[in-house]
Design a binder for this molecule. Sequence first.
Ligand SMILES: Nc1ncnc2c1ncn2[C@@H]1O[C@H](COP(=O)(O)OP(=O)(O)O)[C@@H](O)[C@H]1O
Ligand SMILES: [Mg+2]
Length: 469
Amino acid sequence: MAETSSSLPFRRHVIANVIALLPSALALAVLVWMRALAPLPALVAFAGIALATVIVVRRYVLSIGRFARFVEALSRGDEPDVPRFVLSPAAEELAGGVAALARLWHRQRASIDSLSASAQAIVDGLPDPLLGIDGSRRVVRFNRAARTLLGPIETGRDLAATLRQPTLLDSVDAALAGAPIDDPAEIAVPGPPERILAAHIKALPRPTDDGSLVLVVLHDMTALRRAERMRADFVANASHELRTPLASLVGFVETLRGPARDDAEAQDRFLAIMAEQTGRMRRLVEDLLSLSRIEQREHESPTGRVEVGPLLRGLVEMLEMKARPRQVTLTLDVPPDLPTVIGDRDELAMAFQNLIDNAVKYTRPGTSVRVGASRQDDGVRLIVSDQGEGIAAEHLPRLTERFYRVDTARSRQMGGTGLGLAIVKHVLNRHRGRLTVESAVGEGSTFTVLLPDNEFSTASKEPAGVQKG
Ligand SMILES: Nc1ncnc2c1ncn2[C@@H]1O[C@H](COP(=O)(O)OP(=O)(O)O)[C@@H](O)[C@H]1O
Ligand SMILES: [Mg+2]
């Protein structure tokens, strides 16, 4: 605590003066005692010395006070002028030195502050969530990605309050105990949506300024794991789809070589079934190849110009052959001034063919399927409308998944592969198009495609998925 400015100098003055006068007083007293000096001149001499001493001591004591206030101001972060010390050049030099030291310290302090702000900005800018854990397993630091993923985090609380995964907590305990750290632990953070995270744990060689001893970095593996699962499901589904007709072919070949060797009528029947099964396998392989080709090109924008009207006319004529046996009428409604769209003609043909083919397959016999195109502000809209059984709402979001069918047996019986709408989805992704489905159970479905028109289109870049109309 600093003493008050009034009491401090007075006490200092008295003590300093007493100390300064003590040798002269003693010397004069000795001279008087030895009778070398009479008391009166001694008193006069003492008064003179005392006067001079008081003046000099006062200046020094005041200087020291000013120096103390100067240093105090520097330590507060102020930038005071260096005081002048008339009788003491050394004190003035000292004050200059202290002022330079203070300036240096301020500069370094500013650079440390800026370094620490940059470090925090870098940590905050990391796309992966990061947590700093201290020796008592408390969270002492976290970045923005961690807050986004895990919600509000309170520093100073045990990690278990933020992440309750026993495997992760065990690994952090082991790291804090100095044990070698294994591969990243994979943890599931409950959602929705549930996330799979790889937790990388890193012990620091020495604690950071906030006390972090271990860093936990979480890397989101959800998309990767989902893609892996989808690939595995896809291979399993494709193999299963091929195995069924293959097994039937193998069976018929054995029958034709054995029991039916001489049965001409059975041979005809079996060969017809075998032809149907091979057709099914061929369609499946063709659809698989088309899908893989479309996927490979999905990120290259198409450059051709496609006249949608003639394209639809050709498809409708082709599919009329399939519609006729079911007494299904196909109507086409295309205005003469329909603009062209930017696209890949073959891919668009494949997509529209799948939609019209589905409508013909799934509409009730004796009804009609309406195919139409119209000009929109932002492109060209196509609709394919049928009068079939319709699709219940819960199926709509999954309709474009590979091998997803509402009724598998019916789809197979109609010669479907379950890949048609997946092909439509990927073609539309490449064309930045959108697919929407409106369906009423028992009444029918309308599939609508919107194709953006011009090259500078601001059409949505979201992937084309099915949306409920
Ligand atoms: N127009 C439609 N009416 C009713 N259901 C449809 C229609 N279009 C598609 N679906 C349903 O969506 C499923 C997937 O279609 P798609 O991928 O073309 O496969 P599929 O080879 O079975 O036609 C079909 O199996 C069917 O259940
Ligand atoms: Mg289909």
